[in-house]
Design a protein around this ligand. Structure first.
Ligand SMILES: NC(=O)c1ccc[n+]([C@@H]2O[C@H](COP(=O)([O-])OP(=O)(O)OC[C@H]3O[C@@H](n4cnc5c(N)ncnc54)[C@H](O)[C@@H]3O)[C@@H](O)[C@H]2O)c1
Length: 372
């Protein structure tokens, strides 16, 4: 098991990575709080293991444990679900030093974290991320939020947990599509900050896709290090942290524009892969990105079976309407100005730069190239 102390702003907390780390939680929590009230907000996929393992071990350690199951998927990251959890905390007399444990993917972590950050101006939060994406990205760095209407992460804040516990046992059940979507964030980390890690991801692809433990651990550890390096000293995103948004500005727009009544067309990580391909188009046409570096980025996503273009007919959208909708959503982005947007671009693998004035005209061309 790997144990690290994560330090952001003035907060510092333990991060555990390994198999079976869930059994450590009751002991760790008992060391950190005298209050014995705990609410577990969890992805209902884990009904059995939450009841049998986590809740039982917390109860045995003297905690009063309440459970709030949630259906996985972005549809629940909203104010109505937050209100239900506030209601439970209030009706059960939870106080400021009580604890909310969020067990699930980025949806549960963002929603649970948002509620913990706002209830009584902040109660204890523990992250137990269960998707690869949540392990290497969303549970670290303090961003918590809910979606509002069609705007992703519209209402949120920054809030760090008192414990972050990564248990690799969860990865066993994770469907390959969600696993690959998490790997898109690891690939992004490599592209923006570490050419050696990029080569590792290429070279060890077969083992990584088979979830072989040593390789998986390296993917998780290095991605987390890169995330921490970029967030430390810049939690509120004015400098280095912005680079972690590589692929996100245009990727978010594609993600949100392709939601249908049946749900999401793309996972978050798939949106990031598509957003990176659109950013590659911009860098290629306007920064002189070499064909070789552009192709390397496309190739790694293809090798991990992540999308590199949007086939509008296949996903049931009119291409022209979809491009317009993506552009409209980019214009709503937090990083926009009147005529331009701030974007991260990469000219060589392992190094990234923030550009403040990428014109919308160029972004439209990038969507035209990515949405076919
Ligand atoms: N806070 C941040 O910094 C940050 C960063 C990136 C993404 N996000 C947010 O994270 C969310 C996406 O998170 P996600 O990709 O983890 O999606 P998710 O939470 O929706 O999980 C994906 C699916 O996997 C299921 N699942 C979860 N763990 C499982 C497991 N171990 N085995 C089997 N099934 C499992 C869930 O039920 C769900 O159906 C988005 O809302 C995004 O905005 C936040």
């Amino acid at each position: 098991m790997i144990k690290k102390e994560v330090v952001f702003d003035r907060s510092s907390y333990p991060l555990l990575i390994g198999r079976g780390t869930l059994t450590e939680l009751a002991g760790l929590l008992a060391e950190r709080t005298r209050n014995r009230d705990v609410l577990i907000v969890y992805d209902n996929y884990f009904e059995a293991s939450i009841n049998d393992k986590l809740a039982a071990s917390l109860r045995a350690a003297g905690f009063r444990v309440l459970l709030h199951p949630l259906e996985g998927g972005k549809v629940n990251k909203n104010i109505n679900e937050a209100l239900k959890i506030y209601g439970l905390l209030e009706s059960q007399d939870f106080s400021r030093d009580s604890t909310l444990i969020a067990v699930g993917g980025g949806v549960v972590g963002d929603l649970g974290g948002f509620v913990a950050s706002t209830y009584l101006r902040g109660i204890n939060l523990v992250h137990v991320p269960t998707t690869l994406m949540a392990m290497i990205d969303s549970s670290l760095g303090g961003k918590v939020a809910i979606n509002f209407r069609k705007t992703i992460n519209a209402i949120g804040s920054y809030y760090h947990p008192i414990i972050n516990l990564i248990d690799l046992d969860f990865i066993d059940a994770l469907p390959l599509r969600d696993y690959r979507a998490g790997l898109a964030e690891a690939i992004k980390c490599a592209i923006i900050a570490d050419a050696n890690f990029f080569q590792f991801l290429l070279g060890r692809r077969v083992a990584i896709l088979k979830k072989e433990e040593a390789d998986l651990l390296k993917v998780i550890e290095r991605s987390i290090e890169i995330k921490i390096e970029h967030v430390t000293g810049d939690v509120h995103e004015g400098g280095a942290r912005l680079k972690l948004n590589y692929g996100h500005t245009l990727g978010h727009a594609i993600e949100v524009s392709t939601v249908t009544e049946k749900g999401d067309t793309y996972r978050h990580g798939e949106g990031v892969a598509l957003g990176i391909m659109a950013a590659v188009f911009i860098a290629r046409n306007h920064l002189g990105l070499t064909d070789e570096t552009a192709a390397a980025q496309q190739r790694i996503f293809e090798q991990y079976q992540l999308p590199v273009s949007v086939d509008s007919t296949k996903i049931g959208f009119d291409r022209g309407v979809l491009i317009k909708e993506c552009l409209r959503n980019v214009k709503k982005d937090k990083k926009r100005k009147d005529h331009a947007i701030r974007m991260v671009l990469v000219k060589e693998i392992g190094r990234s730069t923030v550009y403040n004035d990428v014109p919308f005209a160029l972004i439209e061309q990038a969507f035209q190239a990515t949405i076919i």
